[in-house]
Design a protein around this ligand. Sequence first.
Ligand code: PLP
Length: 442
Amino acid sequence: QESSDQALNQIEQMDQKHVFGTWSYQSEVEPTQIVEANGVRFTDSRENTVIDFSGQLMCLNLGHSAERVEDAVTQQVSEAEYVSPSYTTEARAKLGKKLADVTPGNLTKTFFSTSGTEANEAAIKIARFYTGKEKILSRYRSYHGATYGSISVTGDPRRLASEPGIPGTIKAPDPYAYGSTLDPMESLDYIDEMLALEGDTVAAVLVEPIVGSNGILVPPDEYLPRLKEIAHDHGALLICDEVMAGFGRTGEWFGSDVFDVTPDIMTMAKGLTSAYQPLGATIVTDEIADHFEDNMLTHGHTYAGHPVACAAGLAAIKTYEEENLIERAADIGRYLEDRIEDLADSHPSVGDTRGVGLFRGIELTQHPERREPFGEREDKVSKGSTVLDEVTATAYDEGAYVANMINTLIIAPPLTITEDEIDEAIAALDSGLSVSDNAMSR
Ligand code: PLP
């Protein structure tokens, strides 16, 4: 502690002493203060200015300091900083309408909360109330949030410390072509069979249409439409968790749009406000909305539909629309894809590259033939840094911040990023990947 304390500035030391770090052994937490941020770049207290190649936690879809959203927040605070959810505001009503417009099909009515995990909690409760059934089927390679319901339907190792969690959760295999012997479409046969064997007891199948933090897993085109059919054949709803994939990240409004699927319930957060305010949303079809006309929606929060968060959401969506950022993400996403392929060609430790739009993953391997990951998945829940941590630390020193999760580098920059900025970040990653190349087993 002594030596690292000396390297921290006063704010960082105060923070280290009085604020819990997330998902960490507290003795290992070394908070870094961001002192300036603009567009796709931020500067830390050690004067490193880097490209935010993951948009912080894959959420800053407009980058830093987007004026329209900042102004909307300031104006809303001066007009109505807070009203109880039993009152409405122009921002909340208009955002509800706007979400009905930008989401696919007959998704119509929204419950607002303040985070991705709460959006999923609401989805789980709504699915249970609507169907009268209890179980939720989700997949192993998934993350749905940290509160008890959402962590219980999460499949990745982050769930383990919170087990057994809420009752009635079932986990199924995933469409993970690179690291699994199971063919992605065959994995659907398992889900079909599991649902049959559970009898008529499953309320919903909950999936990320494109898996985010568990490795940017893009299923085959036919996967999600077939999953919806399978769920419906067994009387279960389809819930799509769009918390990370939503709001242009994929070059479409939502991950579900990539596959032309309208889920029964869709959950959102992150890009909804471009993370300028904490806001979660759970939108349901008109059939489900109708059910609650005469059945109580026994759910709510003090901050449900918070006016300032809704104003930020409305301004963010207007910016996506008026600056054509969704189409832009699709176009520049192709450029990003080509640059990532160049990296794959020159770095033997790149095992697989996946993604769509500005939502891309680079999975590393220490042995390409055996497709062996660097370290086991448990590495993320034990002490010490992994090869991937060293790759991203080197990339950071060279000028790009890149998140790494479960053996995959996750690239999800602001939708405003330019080709030149992509080139800069790719050059930094190029240096980072020499670390994993050198760490390969021979
Ligand atoms: N769902 C997905 C797909 C996510 O990626 C996340 C967070 O990363 C969540 C839910 C949880 O969101 P939050 O951290 O806002 O609770």
